[in-house]
Design a protein around this ligand. Sequence first.
Ligand code: GUN
Length: 350
Amino acid sequence: MTAIVIDGVDIAGKIRKTVSNGVKQLAHHNGIRPGLATILVGNNFASEAYVNSKRKACDEVGIEYFGHNLPDDVSEIELYELVNELNFDSRVHGILVQLPLPDHINSEKILEAININKDVDGFHPNNIGKLGMKNRTPLFVPCTPSGCMMLLEENSINISGSKTVVLGRSNIVGLPVGMLLLNKDATVTFCHSKTKDLPNICREADILIAAVGIPEIVKGDWIKPGSSVIDVGINNTWISHDDDREFTCSSSEKTFIAHYQSLSDKGNRRIIGYLCENSGDVYSSENLPKDIDKNGLVKLVRKNKLVGDVHFDEAKLVAGYLTPVPGGVGPMTIAVLLQNTYNSAKLMYS
Ligand code: GUN
């Protein structure tokens, strides 16, 4: 058996097209342009990449984008005040605070500060609480869980009465996706770090949602033949390169593996550090002095590859439906964010 690989790019593309048309209509009939504000705190590589793709996606569909980047030592009160300012900004219909936030900030307080009418991430307790209650309708549903449901529904995968296993119980994905599946009458089992006998529980699943952030933890023999497997994981794994060697950061003494950029073919590679040829000083990317000119330094890179939480090649031989990484759930998250922002703008003027 070979699984049908679900094309998230294609399904997300259709949603983006619909949003783009809707945005044009709103401008034409109501003179309104939907606006999304994102807040990024610090310079976490993955978060920067996610926020960047959100900005590009907004540009593509005509949503106005307001990007706010704050340093990682920003105080909780400053962040709170920015959220509040955006709550009152009539150009902004959606507010997204990129998670995770640094440890000194209470993310619960910040998420609660977002006006629920602009909570396009659906993380406000009022929205997430309604998701967890019978016969209540949240204003917004979190984007990744909503995207997972759309992938199932677009492929006419039966949810009602199915045995569904959710790996992970995060507020961002595991918990809300489990609640959405329960609302569609699935029998839902949540698995987490204390769950015993994970492979056997997964093997029972008609629908398996993997959202634990552990590269390729779900093997082929964890999967029930013919079942539907939705892989939410986006994990960066390193690939070895013949020229890889260990470098020691001159300021922090920390070691890291990398090779000279000049020895590397293009493609998936990340800058891990820098070398100053004159002084012989080595810096890891996190410890690069702020006043140094990067252009005069030799870049030290490492090859990387994105993999999901599911071992794709093994799963493909067993599952009935399977999402790839990249190209499965990822594009859906952004498409749903655009849709939520568009819906928010429409709701505000209806
Ligand atoms: N970090 C990882 N996924 C998400 C998301 O969907 N929304 C926000 N705000 N932060 C995230």
